[in-house]
Design a protein around this ligand. Sequence first.
Ligand SMILES: [Zn+2]
Length: 509
Amino acid sequence: MLPASILAGLPTFTGAANAAGLVPAFRGTPRLAVGGIASECSTYSRIRARLEDFTVRRGQEIFEAPLSLPLLRYDVPFLPTLEATAPSGGPVERKTYETLKADYLERLKKLLPLDGVYLMMHGALNVDGMDDAEGDWYEATRAVVGPDCLISAYYDLHGNLSRRAVDTLDAMTAYRTAPHVDRVENVMRAADMLTHCLRYGLRPGIVWANIPVLLPGEQSSTEWEPGRRLWADLSEYNRLPGILDVSQLVGYVWADEPRAAASVVATGTNREEQTRIVTELANRYWNARHEFKFGSPTGTIEECLSRAMASPTHPVVISDSGDNPGGGGNSDQTFFLQALLKAKARNVLLGGMTDRPATKACYKAGVGATLPLSLGATLDPAMCQPVHVKNAVVKHLAPVTRPEDGEAVIEFDGITATLSARRRLYHSAESFRDLGVDPAQFHIVVLKCGYLHPTMKALANPALMALSPGAIDQDILHIGNHRRKPTWPWVADLSWTPTPYVSARFRRG
Ligand SMILES: [Zn+2]
């Protein structure tokens, strides 16, 4: 549940267009469906997302998700179908996607006739053998609901768009912050457009400019320049006549597929104004491409480690950025652990190693036991070698009811490490304190993350980012680039001017 204070602050739908003198066009209550599928899939990962990796909410369960709660504030009921989300990771197994899609479509059909569909998406879904899974989902949706139904989509800032997706949607909006702190606002932007247009009989459309620029995810923060200024004024455009939303997407660089790129998208009813805006913003983004940079000093694992060991201040918080599960990394790589042991680093907290067999062995042995463990490389043995520890002491075991939720804290060779049976984020100070570990007490804290969570940022003294190898290698010039269209920075001297694209639905009016 969202806190009551947040719920109380959410407006109920009242129809903002009253101020513009619009007259409600809809007689009766529109029929709106809600559903979707979201994940962020690195094509550089050998892991596959299967059904058990998804949180699937069916029917009314959808409203148990915090991000669906704002929909309950509208005076138009949203009719639930299926919503599936999986943590960032590798591509989705084809069979899993088809199973989820069939279930969703079946539920959608039962709700017909529909006036609108609100879809909770991400934009970086990759399915085995399919380049544009979101486009496929939208086309399947459109085939069920027909040409007159409005479809509005919710996107992450790190989503990729295709002409197929744009041609099928009527409205879309994306986060305006990274780290993403405007999730609730994003829900309401997407839902507002839908309810507003239905109430006043408006048929919105999308104008899109695709920008051939891709950035390492950790450079795309809106907390520092140029991200801060590039996203700061987007909401100002909503004041212009006929403009409902202007969104700007960084894209998802770890998808080696033709659609991967940055985008500017304007939703509205004023094609000329939307075209002018996306042209202006796409040029602005393109011209700022050289300014993007990491938010903390970077280096190789060894460089960061030697700097940390020599640091007079602590804790030195180092991001093992290539293995960050928050962006699609495996979280089972051992490159950093190997370097720690080789350098004989002491007083170290190593957070977030996923290893189900080792976690299970810790539960079997119990708190206080000493046991030999093989650590890491269980999800992708081809990426790196496991590390064999002779004497690991089990310090803490989280009380859980399902083995797959297990979390253990172990100590060996001057290192305290958290182990997890499944891929999960250990980015915040709370995620460690919940396990009885205080990150502030260590000289070095190694996290499988990118830019730091605010609670870690407050502790870090200093913060460093290791450009480590992995499924989301931040050193993007050296990742495989086989299927993308010509894109900066791989094509350093690329010349480009925006070519705004008016969606097929908008062109037809
Ligand atoms: Zn994102």
